[in-house]
Design a binder for this molecule. Structure first.
Ligand SMILES: [Zn+2]
Length: 318
């Protein structure tokens, strides 16, 4: 680590060009940089390629809620785009959209950003500094003390926790049953939730509803064999469901299980006999009987046989 290079970036971090609001800089750029720092610290950003995705906007949302004031709007796409004016943040166009990217000076929303920008990258010396724990700490503290001195302890604590969640998420995405014995409950829970929602592409495995708006995701992550019983947080013991269908599965009125010929590789939805086809709300649910589960593309994340058996054993009998 070269101290002069570190100091130079410290100076640039202290003088970010932020849209002023009543004498204080808007928090967006500093929050985006803190979010990227957490992703680098967790090991999820091993290469210098920052994609605008829900992993990033969820972390952004956590910091933003801590530091926002009055008229600040939740617009993570803005700092992702406008950080380019700092010189150390480079935008890379979606192939074929290079001319569009160089012509635009503002961004209207996530859709426009994703249609034009493939990813961002940091100036290489900065990426190297942020990959190093000592210099990363210096730059993180520079951002926090410059922009959020009134909430410094909380932002630092959230930053470390977000790194731990992302790190645990990375372990679960490799198919492990646990992110580690010493992982705190809140971190374990957040990592399981984010992993399941992501591998299911934020889609309900029963009805297929998918609603994503920056950090707002409609689906829940549910354990198939409850964690208290299984101690298993692996994606193959989880499923993404919308609120209604999560509730129906919790009440044992629907269950994922094998196809009639005992085919566990192509599981289907089983519906409890307790439902009554004469009732409209019940009928809406019964329409999903024997429909295939909407599963992740990656087969390693599909529900394991013992988890499907557990759900079938608990399906309510009418
Ligand atoms: Zn649903």
């Amino acid at each position: 680590m070269n101290p002069a290079v570190l100091e130079a970036y410290g100076k640039r971090f202290r003088s970010l060009r932020c849209d002023p609001d009543q004498g204080r800089p808007r928090p967006h750029k500093a929050v985006m940089l803190l979010s990227v720092i957490s992703l680098i610290e967790s090991g999820r950003l091993a290469s210098n390629r920052i994609v605008y995705d829900t992993d990033l906007t969820q972390i952004f949302a956590r910091f933003f809620e801590l530091v926002r004031s009055g008229s600040d709007k939740f617009t993570p796409f803005n700092p992702f785009f406008h950080l380019k004016s700092e010189g150390f943040w480079h935008l890379h166009a979606v192939p074929g959209k290079e001319a569009v990217l160089s012509a635009i000076s503002t961004i209207r929303g996530r859709g426009q950003l994703e249609s034009v920008v493939a990813y961002a990258s940091l100036e290489e010396p900065l990426f190297i500094l942020l990959a190093d724990p000592t210099s990363r700490e210096v730059l993180r503290k520079t951002l926090i003390e410059t922009y959020f001195p009134h909430r410094a302890a909380e932002v630092l604590s959230a930053s470390l926790e977000e790194s731990a969640i992302s790190s645990a998420q990375q372990i679960l995405e490799k198919g492990n049953t646990s992110a580690g014995p010493a992982v705190a409950e809140a971190i374990r829970d957040a990592a399981f939730g984010r992993t399941i929602r992501k591998v299911y592409d934020y889609t309900c495995a029963l009805c297929g509803i998918r609603f994503v708006c920056d950090d707002v995701v409609l689906v829940d992550a549910a354990h198939l064999i409850p964690f208290a019983e299984s101690r298993n947080d692996s994606p193959s013991n989880g499923i993404a469901l919308c609120k209604n269908h999560h509730w129906l599965m919790d009440k044992s009125l629907v269950a994922p299980g094998p196809a009639p010929n005992g085919d566990y590789a192509h599981p289907i939805w089983h519906i409890s006999d307790a439902l009554d086809s004469r009732l409209e709300a019940h009928r809406a649910c019964m329409e999903y009987k024997r429909r295939p589960l909407l599963l992740p593309r990656d087969h390693q994340f599909h529900p394991m046989q013992t988890a499907l058996d557990w759900r079938m054993d608990h399906l309510r009998v009418g």
